[in-house]
Design a protein around this ligand. Structure first.
Ligand SMILES: Nc1ncnc2c1ncn2[C@@H]1O[C@H](COP(=O)(O)OP(=O)(O)OP(=O)(O)O)[C@@H](O)[C@H]1O
Ligand SMILES: [Mg+2]
Length: 262
């Protein structure tokens, strides 16, 4: 090889490196766009959920006010104890409604740092965002939390992952019209990881190669985008140095999210 050839080789190496860098950058940009799309898609869904979440408490307040009306107007009784008891109940319901709004509002705020969040708090936020829609679908939703533990996470992104997975479970249970539909969320830990698993009894994942469900745009739903699980995997693996795995287990699918402890 003469000097000229070596120079050419060097140059083509440099060109190649530039090309790879450019491709890397483009891939990152594509991921970022999908990431935002997925947030927006869940935002639309979430707006629907706020109204679901509020319907029940609004009805509770209306019922409580009716109790007062019956006493005061029809029975002509003003019973201070009764009234303060009702006021207390109304306040509890209003607090719940206001917490729901906070959960939704925080969900769309940016977050710079990971935080240590208790599993119970994460579960409480999930309940505020999805609880009613799950109840309305008549799905039995259970949480198994033997010991409250901390997760070091970007809370909103982590919530987004849980919401994606739980919504998928809910959709499968409804699409396949499963009798006695169930979703179970379990929190656990070992020496290395904190973990949350989400399992359902929806009949499991039907692809030959189960890992394809994490590929971008893989969907078997008429109006699905197929980015939910892809983004979930990116969030857990790239931003939390964690793992997300799935298997068919008992009567359905089980997703396990593992976050490395410090
Ligand atoms: N719990 C589950 N049980 C069975 N199959 C599932 C389950 N969760 C996901 N899948 C399969 O994985 C596919 C990909 O899920 P993903 O959330 O990425 O997209 P999608 O739900 O189809 O679309 P979108 O999230 O945009 O509505 C689903 O279409 C479904 O076939
Ligand atoms: Mg989905």
């Amino acid at each position: 090889m003469d000097l000229k050839e070596i120079d050419e080789l060097k140059q083509s190496n440099i060109d190649l490196k530039a090309k790879i860098d450019k491709m890397d950058k483009e891939a990152r940009e594509r991921e970022e766009i999908l990431f935002r799309q997925s947030r927006l898609a869940s935002m639309g869904e979430m707006l629907g959920n706020i109204s679901h979440q509020w319907r029940q408490p609004l009805m509770e307040i209306a019922a409580l006010l009716m109790k007062v009306e019956t006493r005061v107007v029809y029975e002509n009784k003003i019973d201070i104890d009764f009234i303060s008891e009702v006021m207390l109940e109304i306040n509890t319901v209003l607090k719940y409604m206001s917490d729901t709004i906070d959960v939704f509002r925080n969900f769309y705020s940016d977050e710079k740092n990971k935080e240590k969040i208790l599993a119970s708090e994460i579960i409480n936020s999930v309940e505020h965002m999805l609880g009613t829609s799950i109840k309305q679908s008549e799905i039995k939703y259970e949480v198994c939390l033997n010991r409250d533990i901390y997760f070091k996470i970007y809370k909103n992104e982590f919530l987004q992952v849980l919401i994606n997975i739980i919504n998928n479970a809910k959709e499968i249970l409804l699409i396949r019209k499963i009798k006695e539909p169930k979703i179970l969320l379990e929190v656990s830990e070992n020496t290395e990881y904190t973990m949350i698993s989400i399992s359902d009894n929806g009949g499991g994942i039907k692809t030959n190669d189960i890992s394809t469900i994490f590929k971008p745009f893989y969907t078997d739903k008429a109006n699905g985008t197929g980015i939910g699980l892809f983004i979930s995997k990116v969030i857990i693996e790239k931003k939390h140095n964690g793992r997300v795995a799935v298997d068919n287990y008992l009567q359905g699918a089980r997703f396990i999210i593992k976050i490395k402890k410090d």
